[in-house]
Design a protein around this ligand. Sequence first.
Ligand SMILES: NC(=O)C1=CN([C@@H]2O[C@H](COP(=O)(O)OP(=O)(O)OC[C@H]3O[C@@H](n4cnc5c(N)ncnc54)[C@H](OP(=O)(O)O)[C@@H]3O)[C@@H](O)[C@H]2O)[C@@H](O)CC1
Ligand SMILES: [K+]
Length: 488
Amino acid sequence: MSAVTASQMRQLEDQAFSRGIEAGSLMDEAGKGLARWLLDHFPQPGRAIAFIGKGKNGGDALVVLDQLRRAGWTIALRASHPTHEWTTLARQRLRRLGIEPDQGLPAGPGPLILLDGLLGIGARGALREPLDALAEEMSRLRNQAGGIVVAIDLPSGLNADDGSSGGLVADITLTLGAPKIGLLQDVAARYCGRLGLIPLAGLPMPDQPGLELTTPALLSHLSTPRPHDFHKGDAGRVRILAGSPGMSGAATLASHGALRAGAGLITLFLDPENPATPLPEVMTKRLSKRIPALFEDRCDARVIGPGLGRLTAPQAEALLEGLAQDTTPTVLDADALNLLAGSDRLDLLRSHHLITPHPGEFARLAPDLAGLLREEAATRFVDRHPCTLLLKGTRTLIATAGRNPRINPTGHAGMASGGQGDVLSGVCGALLAGGLCPLDAGSWAAWLCGRAAERAITHGGESEESCTATHTIDHLGGAFRDWREQRR
Ligand SMILES: NC(=O)C1=CN([C@@H]2O[C@H](COP(=O)(O)OP(=O)(O)OC[C@H]3O[C@@H](n4cnc5c(N)ncnc54)[C@H](OP(=O)(O)O)[C@@H]3O)[C@@H](O)[C@H]2O)[C@@H](O)CC1
Ligand SMILES: [K+]
């Protein structure tokens, strides 16, 4: 499902009304879906304050409050306008809720959620009086009381079509029915925080070209139950060339990521001087000058590059030669990409390659695309080189020629630490070895690693500061479970 403009969303809504669907039932469906997302992601009941304007965006927030209260949360309400100015639907939801707007801060344990129901797709221009005062209160509670701003549909004040904003900064934006194009723009990332999509069955979305958001519902085909007589050969053989003296941890993290993402047999090729401590489940082979050994045995996927450092000239030559001959699905990361860029051999990139550069590595691969928006740069790159590109960043972008590029919504600023990319490459390798195409493997791996890092905070007691690549590995199991449960 690709992103839509505010006016396309309104057209879809009008079409639903003409099919007999009522605005009130859409609002209730939206509010229940929003609440379910929050309950899935915040397992401990806490406190929720809804900040609402007079439109339907506020009505959605009232339905969420109702659902959270049923789940044991303490709730409160702030409203910008007297109730007689509200939309009828919102007034009805307030009656059902049976509370009055007040100024107090609800007491009690658990997270403090600040629901932004001030403005949705009905917004015109910058946030005006009297809504701006409530937005300021949310920002104050976010900065001083640890409140988590959850924007309904879009952060109030953000332009749904181009992503520009002078308004509220949200930690989480849960958009309804389809992602709004503005939310997916690079400029909006800072204002939207973590994106989530709440599907609305009453509003089926058309397929059209454009950016997509990776969600379990979009890619529900990815995870099927393993047959009971499954064996390790079925789970996939991965061969990894990673790590070097001084970056030995990259080899351990990549192989651990592959192991915890379901690979059946992993072989790690190590430089003899690499002091990496391999996991007991991982087989090792000495690399020395024999890079060709990496390409000798049959396997289902290779991962080449994390922490590899600079190879000797004969090793580099042998690696390029191996890549030219090989057709096994392969993740190319970090120093493997630097080698391709440095030796001007991007012609080796093929459709079985999933390349995973961070922005610096991407700039070395495609210096002429520097300065373009990420979506455009990625699209142009895959039009030139027939591979799949996973461009790491706040919202990892995955692109391959002829398909809609995908943006990954999971993860947080705590993932800005060494080793996370090594884990991702291993997870990509395991998923490729399991038979996924590079586009699906990259999309799912990015989602899983981001979700695992989120769980390290919400379920594992970590913070953005303390979260490490090892925590991401530790929580992969929960991320897989979440994916399966959120496919509904
Ligand atoms: N589409 C769907 O399928 C579904 C939609 N749903 C929900 O409905 C939401 C859209 O609701 P909506 O149309 O009532 O508009 P909304 O954004 O709540 O507010 C409009 C009000 O704000 C005001 N206002 C405008 N700009 C302003 C500004 N800059 N600063 C200050 N005020 C400003 C304007 O007042 P006016 O200026 O006209 O006096 C008007 O009264 C949508 O985002 C989603 O949450 C779901 O329920 C189900 C499925
Ligand atoms: K909002």
